[in-house]
Design a protein around this ligand. Structure first.
Ligand SMILES: *Cc1c(COP(=O)(O)O)cnc(C)c1O
Length: 424
């Protein structure tokens, strides 16, 4: 008897596809050797990465634990129950749906659960720091619904709660969204809850950016204040790329139905397992320390940038992100972001409130500390980073300076191993 020979299709990646293998190796180097400052990005926990490539990927599980449309769910049901129970414990909510494929589908499921096309909804406008899915006109949320957008005040660039209340009274939205992607201050979910209660809206808190800070106790929790809480799981939470919806029991049926069969087919079980891991790790004191350090690092970076003469929207930060307004420097955000990338400092260009420039060529850059903090960097490193950013913004065309800084950045990165990224 001979053992069957493996199919050539089942060879490892390195043999099968050296082109793709090389791109991944290069991406590992990029994530290892550069300072990653995009505030929505992070290093997932290595254990999360481990389950992402596991055999859980092979299983179809349409439905929910105990009510599936395929057999063979002995293990998957337990994985999903574990994820749900851990999230309930971590965030103190009554139910969690862990099946949304990502943050945007999680939000779409909320629209589907509560709204009919044409209903009025309200959210923070994109240029004031909101998300596309909160009613922006190019998104399905702005095309299929009557979207009213609120903003920030002209004088201090904080959320304009007088405007939120006035618009809410006038339009009585079905959904009131409270969530941010480029707003450097704590979101006052109590204020939003008050307004939603007064006008009879369902308050939906989208904590995608801050769920790790909430879990770690470094930001006010929306749970218990908003009826529905949505989130990505891959930002400050350090889980897999995915989404989740937390809610009171009364909304379980509507939300679960909206996710499946309303919007999606089979859940991504490897992702569910990753969420279970992240929810477990987030209860550790070490994670609380991480969340606190993300904020301390952001505050230190902000102070350093102010000392370097860079204007910050709202003058600083309470969370993990910083929005720099480069108007007074006469450097467009895109020019700064591209020069910083050449110096090994990766961020994104971003609109600032009341920006006079176009969204594709705006006045600001957005920086965040979650990924650097995950490498164990602290305030001393933030101060160095602020100095480098100041130098780049002062002379974005000075290629010699940019390559000198890129070398210094690489030396710094060598001292702080990137979680889950193989060493060189
Ligand atoms: C990132 C983000 C989303 C979208 O998440 P995706 O996973 O990119 O679809 C939605 N809302 C907010 C507030 C976000 O920050």
């Amino acid at each position: 008897m001979s053992t069957p020979s493996p199919s050539p299709l089942d060879a490892p990646l390195s043999e099968l596809d050296p082109d793709l293998g090389r791109l991944i190796t290069q991406e590992e180097a990029r994530q290892r050797d550069k300072l990653r400052l995009v505030p929505s990005e992070n290093y997932a926990f290595p254990a999360v990465q481990e389950v992402a490539g596991s055999v859980l990927n092979n299983k179809y599980s349409e439905g929910y634990a105990g009510r599936r449309y395929y057999e063979g769910q002995q293990n998957i049901d337990e994985v999903e129950r574990l994820a749900i129970e851990r999230l309930k414990t971590l965030f103190g909510c009554e139910h969690a749906n862990v099946q949304p494929y990502s943050g945007s589908p999680a939000n779409l499921a909320v629209y589907f659960a509560f709204c009919s096309p044409g209903d009025t909804v309200m959210g923070l406008s994109l240029d004031a720091g909101g998300h596309l899915t909160h009613g922006h006109k190019v998104s399905i949320s702005g095309k299929y619904f009557e979207a009213v957008q609120y903003g920030v005040t002209r004088d201090d660039h904080r959320i304009d709660f007088d405007q939120v209340a006035a618009l809410a009274r006038e339009h009585k939205p079905k959904l009131l969204w409270a969530g941010i992607t480029a707003y450097p201050r704590e979101v006052d979910f109590d204020r939003f809850a008050e307004i939603a209660r007064e006008v009879g809206s369902v308050l939906v808190a989208d904590m995608s950016h801050i769920s790790g800070l909430v879990a770690g106790g470094a930001h006010m929790s929306p749970v218990g204040r908003a009826e529905i809480v949505t989130s990505t799981t891959h930002k400050t939470f350090r889980g897999p790329r995915g989404g989740m919806i937390l809610m009171d029991k009364v909304h379980k049926k509507a939300i679960d139905r909206a996710v499946f069969p309303g919007l999606q087919g089979g859940p991504h079980n490897a992702t569910t397992a990753g969420i279970a891991i992240a929810a477990k790790l987030a209860t550790r004191d070490t994670f609380k320390d991480y969340a606190a350090a993300v904020v301390t690092n952001a505050k230190t970076l902000a102070e350093g940038l102010l000392s370097a003469g860079i204007d910050l929207v709202t003058g600083g930060t309470d969370n993990h992100l910083i929005l720099c307004d480069l108007t007074s420097k006469d450097v467009p955000g895109k020019v700064a972001a591209q020069a910083l990338d050449r110096a090994g400092i990766v961020c994104n260009y971003n609109s600032v409130p009341f920006d006079t420039r176009k969204p594709f060529d705006p006045s600001g850059i957005r920086l965040g500390t979650p990924a650097m903090t995950a490498r164990g960097m602290g305030t001393a490193e933030m101060t160095r980073l602020a100095g480098w950013i100041g130098e780049v913004v002062a002379a974005p065309d000075d290629e010699a300076q940019l390559s000198r800084i890129a070398g210094e950045v690489k030396d710094l990165c060598d001292q702080f191993p990137a979680p889950g990224v193989p060493s060189a």
